[in-house]
Design a protein around this ligand. Structure first.
Ligand code: ADP
Ligand code: MG
Length: 256
């Protein structure tokens, strides 16, 4: 489904954000990526949807070579990749429904969307997406009137409205309290299971990963230092990922 072949990303200025990364992700997988701030997690996601192009190596999504795609092809690939952000990125002053409808933008003309004329089919998809995260009763509420956890569920619904084959979540719970984080993770997992959407979730910490994930990728300074089952992670692996001389049981989260 997603393949990274010897992918390196060097940003202007010389930071090597990814170093010779090889990765194979199967259709329907739920993959969690952990690593410290600056490890390259966001870069990996942005490389998956073509927002960042590798300096060398190849990226394939759904059989298509992202790295050789033209603008039009990229747009098409991206339209099927949902993205969820740490800070939700909703338009606060408009309704939940309108926020979710922006997930349909790729299929609607600019004029219609500007005028707010959405085809019934798109509205149906938006409502269905809100149903998936059980927040349909908030459809006509302003986004800014929702709690953080609810806003992130709307963020998930917006991504779902794209009818994606791949879902990318970049530290989706980093702005949320632990209880709400679990709720949001549960929805991501449920959607992965119910709809079979290949899902990659960046997380800062391992505790949530242990609870929700199966396969774990550990990144450190742009290098893949772990790729395997979360249940198999040893203290040594943990130190390889976090680069500290501590045991996972000693580790107390202190986000950014
Ligand atoms: P993470 O998401 O794990 O915190 P990032 O992928 O954001 O890591 O960043 C990896 C490295 O690349 C960091 O050193 C960061 O400062 C650098 N970096 C990220 N984005 C850019 C950019 N647009 N330009 C230059 N350097 C960047
Ligand atoms: Mg990041």
């Amino acid at each position: 489904m997603i393949k990274f072949e010897n992918v390196s990303v060097t940003y202007p200025g010389g930071v090597e954000a990814l170093k010779n990364l090889n990765l194979d992700i199967e259709e329907g997988e739920f993959l969690i990526i952990v690593g410290l701030s600056g490890a390259g997690k966001s870069t990996l996601l942005r490389t998956t949807n073509g927002l960042v192009m590798p300096t060398s190596g190849e990226v394939y999504v759904d059989g298509q070579k992202i790295t050789k795609s033209n603008k039009k092809e990229l747009k098409k690939i991206r339209s099927r990749i949902g993205m969820i952000f740490q800070t939700f990125n909703l338009v606060n002053r408009t309704s939940v429904l309108k926020n979710v409808l922006t997930g349909r933008l790729h299929s609607v003309s600019v004029l219609r969307s500007t005028l707010g004329i959405w085809p019934q089919e798109d509205k149906d998809i938006a409502f269905k997406s809100l149903e998936q995260v059980e927040i349909i009763e908030k459809a006509y509420v302003r986004a800014s009137n929702l709690s953080g956890g609810q806003q992130q569920r709307v963020g998930i619904a917006r991504a779902l409205a794209q009818q994606p084959t791949v879902m990318l979540a970049d530290e989706p719970v980093a702005s949320l309290d632990p209880v709400t984080s679990r709720v949001v993770m549960k929805y991501l997992k449920k959607i992965n299971e119910d709809l079979g959407i290949t899902t990659i979730v960046n997380l800062h910490f391992l505790d949530l990963a242990k609870e929700f994930g199966e396969r774990l990728i550990g990144l450190k300074d742009g290098e893949l230092v772990y790729d395997g089952k979360i249940s198999d992670v040893t203290d040594k692996d943990f130190q390889n990922i976090y680069g500290r001389d501590i045991k996972s049981s000693d580790f107390i989260g202190d986000d950014e």
